[in-house]
Design a protein around this ligand. Structure first.
Ligand SMILES: Nc1ncnc2c1ncn2[C@@H]1O[C@H](COP(=O)(O)OP(=O)(O)OP(=O)(O)O)[C@@H](O)[C@H]1O
Length: 465
């Protein structure tokens, strides 16, 4: 069902997409999907000194990895400069904005005097047009800034969909500079023009923006626009209790990929961070979209909890189908310079390990043993591949050479070898593990042998017998 809900995620490309921004993006995306609406990606790249193309790419990569697909965009603010300038001209013509020639030095002086008088420092309105007021003559050679003519009285108010009603007295708000002396538009103004042009109905963003909202509402109203609804989400805090940000403590979403997390686990984890649906902890992306609403968002800040993410990750790895895991492992092995083609079929290897691992890197560690020549640690060789063990392995190898390559027959060969040499299971199975996979612990040995395959098993055993 198509609806008119239009949300946006608007990061600044001054670094990667981190977990705090990603949670905000997820909620904005899920709200649009829940209502059959449109999700827009907007790159707020006007801070040219800090924005980089690499950061844009990192944000796009992070969004793609999480599966947060945009219906429109990415739009880039730097490509919309002409439009912002056009709206500034319209506002000047309409009298909702005006030129101000006060220099930065003068502003400092005014603020100093206000502070000395015990007043709150603010622009004193000397260039603000008022009925009957005679404005000073513009100084020669000075390029003015453009200020928004904010209402002097009354309040600006909105019913925040997370925080409830918020009211700010207009007297608290300065006449905001919307264009600098060089003509470039300022942050809050660009956001307003974008939200207006992009027909945003629900601004879902972090509550670090809550102070911008009254200014943005006033400008929207001056433009005769319909004011969107606002939902200010709580911040995600790092382990030290302060806001995660690119500059402080947050790691890139893509680092979770590097560390072996499935995106499904991260999305589920982020979905529960500051939002709840009864006692449900585990839900698919589809379920989340179906359940998501703004009524069950916690207004207080949410703390990141790695342990819970790890628990979800292990759960999703267990549940994942083998082909999906094989693809994840293959990518990881290739990154390590290991050719996955040299091992047995990956799907059957991952099936042996998916219940036992905490993350995809651990899974790849185990699978790697099936693909490369293994070199057991000298202590393992000393402990498990002594003379008696090698003698047993030699007769086992002879049995393996003629055994049908399936679990029951391999098991029988091991049992016959135990009986022949008067050994217990571990006295045969552990040397066999060390010889074939280079480690003393593995899943059930008959399953391991079956998957590893006759040729590899015999070649690996041959090194010790
Ligand atoms: N820690 C956080 N928790 C929740 N949302 C956040 C967090 N940090 C940023 N956001 C939200 O993510 C969106 C994109 O923010 P932005 O790209 O400016 O990231 P940022 O980390 O705040 O940047 P910076 O590090 O430059 O302050 C905004 O809606 C912002 O409110």
């Amino acid at each position: 069902m198509a609806s008119n809900v239009r949300t946006r995620f608007a990061p600044s490309p001054t670094g990667y997409l981190h977990i705090g921004g990603a949670r905000t993006a997820l909620f904005s995306w899920a709200f649009a999907r829940r209502h059959g609406g449109t999700f827009i990606l907007r790159i707020e790249d006007t801070d040219v000194a800090r924005s980089t193309p690499e950061a844009v790419q990192a944000i796009l990569d992070g969004m793609a990895w999480l599966g947060l697909d945009a219906d429109e965009g990415p739009f880039y603010q730097m490509q919309r400069m002409d439009r912002y300038k056009e709206v500034i001209q319209q506002m000047l013509a309409a009298g909702t904005a005006y030129h101000c020639y006060t220099s930065p030095e003068e502003l400092d002086r005014i603020r100093e005097e206000q502070r000395a008088r015990g007043e709150k420092p603010r622009y004193d309105g000397r260039w603000r047009p008022e009925p009957g007021k005679v404005l000073p003559t513009p100084p020669e050679g000075v390029k003015p800034v453009v200020r928004f003519r904010n209402a002097a009285e009354g309040v600006v108010a909105w019913d925040d969909l997370v925080k409830g009603r918020i009211e700010i007295a207009n007297a608290e708000l300065d006449d905001l500079v919307i264009a600098r002396a060089d003509g470039t538009p300022t942050y809050n103004f660009c956001v307003v023009v974008d939200d207006l042009d992009m027909g945003i109905t629900h601004v879902i963003r972090g509550d670090d923006h809550v102070n911008n909202t009254p200014r943005q509402i006033n400008i929207l109203q001056a433009l005769g626009a319909q004011v969107p609804l606002y939902a200010h989400l709580s911040m995600i805090l790092g382990d030290d209790g302060t806001k995660l940000s690119k500059r402080h403590g947050a790691v890139s979403v893509m680092q979770y990929d590097d560390e072996g997390y499935l995106p499904e686990a991260v999305v589920n984890y982020l979905g529960r961070l500051g939002w709840s649906h009864g006692d449900d902890e585990i839900f698919s992306r589809e379920q989340f979209v179906e359940w998501f609403d703004l009524d069950h968002i916690t207004p207080s800040a949410a703390q990141f909890n790695t342990e819970k993410l790890n628990w979800l990750n292990a759960h999703y790895i267990k549940q994942a189908d083998n082909a999906h895991l094989a693809a994840e492992v293959s990518r990881r092995l290739a990154r390590r310079g290991v050719d996955p083609e040299t091992g047995p079929e990956l799907e059957s290897v991952v099936a042996l390990y998916k219940e036992r691992v905490a993350n995809l890197n651990e899974l790849a560690d185990s699978v790697e043993l099936y693909c490369v020549e293994v070199h057991p640690a000298p202590e393992l060789i000393a402990q498990h591949l002594g003379e008696a063990a090698r003698i047993a392995l030699a007769s086992l190898k002879a049995r393996f050479e003629s055994a049908p390559w399936e679990k029951a027959a391999l098991n029988q060969a091991i049992k016959d070898t135990m009986a022949e040499h008067g050994l217990k299971m571990p006295q045969v199975a552990i040397p066999l593990r060390v010889a074939t996979l280079g480690v003393a612990q593995t899943p059930a040995i008959d399953a391991v042998l079956e998957v590893l395959g006759r040729d590899r098993v015999l070649a690996r055993m041959a090194r010790y017998v």
